[in-house]
Ligand binder design. Structure first.
Ligand code: FSO
Ligand code: SF4
Length: 544
């Protein structure tokens, strides 16, 4: 195996024996083969798809397949083997159906066959990341693929709420098969990387529309972080439709619902607030789940990544759905008559469990997505004009296990009191429980929501640019100090670059998949930089 797609890649270069995330080598190889299979489907069906032919089965295969290979999403070899077999059958069916629209010269990815799991290991070993020999081309191809994985995840959630963006879907085909094309130069691939970012903006806008049209605009909310006395279900991940289904089905059952990690922002949506048994948020970022799932006592529903290898003490009460999976963990896929997923197994399990052990008490504040911030725009603009707010810090992104991530807690703690942190994603757990106070009633940490809600931060920045009549988004008093972990953060980063944001600091370490030359392109054209010592970084940002 070789995998270097996330921030925790072994030795900062890549996992070769077993993933730091817990991914077994066989799983890594199957994921490589699945990506290769999807590239083949994209080559076969891409030209037809780009001419406007609608191919829902292929769209689904691409969205789900890419999503399944995101860090910590799916560890289940049987599911990968089954998916590859189904996708190869789909690819060959498409060849028959599309006839002349299929390119006459096909890559091996569009013609190979494997019939069993053993052969898949053999083939998968040959088609991984290292298949591309030139390190710069490899670096750009992987940067695009990781961006596509994030894009696919967001498109998948939007699709679950019946929203699609045709141009985003078409782009996924084009980008996938372009990574097979040996005639593309470094410059071509840099261009494609920026196009990936532009489509990242579109897909985040799409998911924002899907979420807010379905559940209302997030609003300022005090979220309870304590517990009640009933048995509870803990729901994690990003899928708001799953969240709604669970709330509807638990109503009146005596079972409470709590969010974990990336599902925390569900608490900010008006449609979910009406459920009195929706108690609040339990715990912190994804990587603390081993302890927090144990003390929660009740069942846990993972609607997406981030899963860490479950402990024996709670594996029996864990459930997955959607693109997520783990061997030995029950997967829920069956639908009710109304089209919602059937979560009765989780609810029945909860009834037999003890209530959660309380690990903290009090509240945290969030709900500052674009609509809420725009409602406060006058107040914010006045505070900037009067000098009460000197600078905003976008500290969106991810949390993770690495010790060096203490940097973000310290950074937030040491920021001058006339600064505001704009956040989204699970990075917030590094500082969202600190007593950082407010500026004239505006909290100093404004949480827009999930990682995809980084879109809201971009909307806010664009609005401020308009209000202050600036020509360049980089003239705003906003600095970007972003933490990354997995591939959704990659699409968020590419989206910000495509919006023209410069001088983003990225940590805690730069991606292992950036070759020195590709890193140089990002530094020279976009001012991307790493992080240093907290005090010096703050001085640098404040003097900027
Ligand atoms: Fe991931 Fe990052 Fe959304 Fe977290 S991009 S790691 S769980 O912020 O949030 O899925
Ligand atoms: Fe290693 Fe990250 Fe890949 Fe897991 S996803 S194998 S931790 S690089």
């Amino acid at each position: 195996m070789f995998c270097f797609q996330c921030q925790e890649a072994a030795k900062g270069t890549g996992c070769e024996i077993r993933g730091v995330c817990g991914k077994e080598p066989e799983t890594a190889v199957l994921q490589d083969l699945l990506i290769y299979t999807l590239k083949g489907i994209a080559q076969v069906a891409g030209p037809a798809r780009l001419q406007g032919k609608i191919l829902p089965e292929a769209d689904q295969a691409i969205m789900r397949g890419l999503f399944m290979t995101i860090t910590n999403a799916n560890f289940d070899n049987d599911v990968f083997v089954k998916t590859i077999i189904e996708d190869l059958a789909l690819r060959d069916k498409l060849k028959g159906e599309l006839g002349d629209l299929v390119p006459s010269k096909l890559h091996d990815a569009a013609t190979f066959t494997v019939l069993d799991a053993a052969k898949m290991q053999e083939k998968g070993e040959q088609v991984g990341v290292m298949l591309t020999k030139n390190e710069d081309i490899r670096s750009l191809r992987e940067l695009i693929i990781y961006g596509l994985k994030g894009m696919a995840a967001y498109a998948y959630h939007a699709d679950h709420l019946a929203q699609q963006d045709e141009s985003v879907l078409q782009f996924m085909y084009k980008a996938l098969y372009s990574t097979l094309d040996d005639s593309l130069t470094v410059d071509d691939l840099v261009g494609l990387t920026l196009e990936t970012g532009a489509n990242g903006v579109s897909v985040m806008a799409l998911l924002d529309k899907a979420n807010t049209e379905s559940y209302g605009n997030p609003e300022i909310t005090e979220v309870n972080i304590g517990t009640g006395s009933n048995p509870g279900i803990l729901i994690s991940g990003h899928d708001l439709r799953d969240m709604e289904s669970l709330l509807k089905q638990t109503e009146g059952t005596g079972v409470d619902v709590y969010t974990h990690s990336e599902m925390l922002p569900a608490n900010y949506y008006p449609s979910f607030k009406k459920y009195s048994h929706f108690v609040g948020n339990y715990g912190n970022a994804w990587w603390k789940q081993d302890k927090e799932f144990a003390s929660f006592n009740g069942p846990i529903l993972m609607t997406t990544n981030c899963i860490t290898p479950p402990k024996a003490s709670y594996i029996d009460r864990m459930f997955t759905t959607g693109a997520a999976g783990y061997p030995g963990v029950k997967f829920l896929d069956a639908k009710l008559e109304n089209g919602d997923k059937d979560f009765s197994a989780v609810i029945e399990a909860a009834k037999k469990c003890d209530p959660p052990v309380e690990i903290e008490t009090g509240t945290i504040v969030g709900g500052f997505a674009h609509s809420q911030v725009l409602a406060l725009a006058d107040k914010v603009v006045d505070a900037v004009k009067s000098g009460a707010i000197k600078r905003f810090f976008v500290m969106a992104g991810c949390d993770g296990r690495m010790k060096g991530r203490d940097y973000y807690t310290e950074f937030a703690r040491q920021l001058p009191e006339d600064t505001i942190i704009l956040t989204a994603g699970c990075a917030k757990y590094r500082y969202n429980k600190l007593p950082l106070g407010d500026i004239g009633g505006i909290p100093r940490v404004l949480d827009a929501g999930q990682c995809n809600d980084s879109y809201s931060l971009a909307v806010t920045a664009l609005k401020l640019k308009e209000v202050f009549e600036l020509n360049d988004i980089n003239d705003l008093p906003i600095s970007y100090n972003i933490a990354w972990y997995e591939q959704k953060a990659v699409i968020v980063l590419l989206a910000l670059l495509s919006l023209g944001v410069k001088d983003i600091h990225l940590g805690p370490t730069l991606p292992a998949f950036l070759s020195p030359n590709v890193a140089k392109v990002l530094v020279e054209n976009f001012g991307i930089a790493g992080i240093g010592a907290v005090e010096e970084d703050i001085q640098l940002f404040m003097g900027a």
